[in-house]
Design a protein around this ligand. Structure first.
Ligand code: G1P
Length: 354
């Protein structure tokens, strides 16, 4: 069984964070998103892993992935990215005729992907497995209809969903998927959709088995999704203080990574302070990740993700529900004029408290 992680997307809803780095390399609980996908694959015994990238994403992904846990990585260029079925098509040489797990690089599964792989039983005539999850509003997802233990209908982002079963981002396929992709017509936005290819497999009488996701599942399209994913991942971390703590209050599941320093501050977990970070005269509230080498001084922050090497200093109002990139400087200023001075990249969002 091979693995295929799709990581060619541009992550437009996460700009400007994704203007400089692809979404799967954004940190959640101080680890790049793609490491969670790699862990799930490797823990399920899949170590021959293809990663589909675009010109815009290849360098960052190579840096985040190469050498990780000793698996074999093959980078496949999808340029330009034209949908999930297209990603499989361009990976054909890597996949050959082998069965494979396809994992969307911006998805997170609390319980890993073992159950989906276990349900893929070629001896029982199963050609594909899809991860499904019940959601209140499935209109933003692929939607499946299940009858007698098989998926009998599949539609992509329907305005009028035929069920509440959304398609989560892990699929297992045998080689019959390639025939279903051959000659596929593009769907919405000109993309070749994997949902349409699987619908063709169903029409041709092939067996597509559903497996409902247990535990939480997260598709990280927006800044709010990243914050929520960070919250969920932090909830599974236990207290571990390896760094230096002086004259501070550290409450609950707080990780202070090696080389980090917390001084004259209060930290309420769950939270993580990254390697080499310095927190001084500050408050760090629940669901906060401070990246490696970041510095927080005379400031308050909660429910936030701060990228590596960013500096937050002398800020009077508490910063919350915030996604802050790497190498960012946020500094309070006093005196006249009583004004904000901003140097902000394209498509940033700043909400100033009055
Ligand atoms: C893709 C799939 C969709 C699935 C979703 C899960 O959509 O096309 O069927 O429900 O991933 O994350 P996208 O998020 O790429 O728009």
């Amino acid at each position: 069984m091979k693995g295929l992680i799709l990581a060619a997307g541009l992550g437009t809803r996460l700009r400007p964070i994704t203007s400089l780095r692809p979404k799967p390399t954004i940190s959640v609980a101080n680890r790049p998103l793609i490491h969670y996908a790699l862990d799930d694959l490797i823990d399920a015994g899949v170590t021959d892993i293809g990663i589909v990238v675009s010109y815009d994403t290849i360098d960052h992904l190579k840096e985040a992935v190469e050498g990780y846990r000793g698996a074999n990585y093959t980078f496949v260029l999808q340029a330009p990215p034209k949908g999930l079925a297209h990603a499989v098509e361009v990976s054909r040489d890597f996949l050959a005729d082998d069965s494979f797990v396809m994992y969307l690089g911006d998805n997170l599964f609390e319980q890993g992907i073992g159950a989906f792989i276990d349900a893929f039983d070629p001896a029982a005539g199963v050609n594909a497995v899809m991860a499904l999850i019940r959601v209140d509003d499935p209109r933003a997802f692929g939607v499946a209809v299940v009858e007698d233990g098989r998926i009998t209908r599949l539609v992509e982002k329907p305005p009028d969903p035929p069920s509440d079963l959304a398609v989560a981002g892990v699929y297992v396929f045998d080689k019959t998927v390639h025939d279903a992709i051959d000659g596929l017509e593009p769907g919405a936005k000109g993309e070749y959709q994997i949902t349409d290819a699987i619908a063709r497999m169903i029409e041709r009488g092939l067996v597509v088995a559903p497996v409902e996701v247990t535990g939480w599942w997260k598709d990280t399209g927006t800044a709010d999704d990243i914050l929520d994913a960070n919250r969920l991942e932090l909830l599974s971390m236990a207290r571990n203080v390896e760094g230096t703590v002086e004259e501070s209050r550290i409450v609950g599941d707080v990780v202070v990574q090696a080389g980090a320093t917390v001084r004259r501050s209060t930290v309420f977990g769950p939270a993580i302070i990254g390697r080499g970070a310095v927190v001084e005269d500050s408050y760090v509230g629940p669901f906060t990740s401070l990246g490696a080498g970041s510095r927080l001084s005379n400031a308050e922050i909660e429910y936030a993700v701060v990228g590596a090497d960013s500096v937050i200093r002398d800020v009077r109002a508490r910063i919350h529900a915030s996604l802050i990139g790497e190498n960012v400087v946020i500094e309070g200023a006093s005196g006249r004029p009583d004004a904000h001075r901003l140097v902000v990249g394209d498509q940033s969002q700043i909400d100033l408290h009055q």
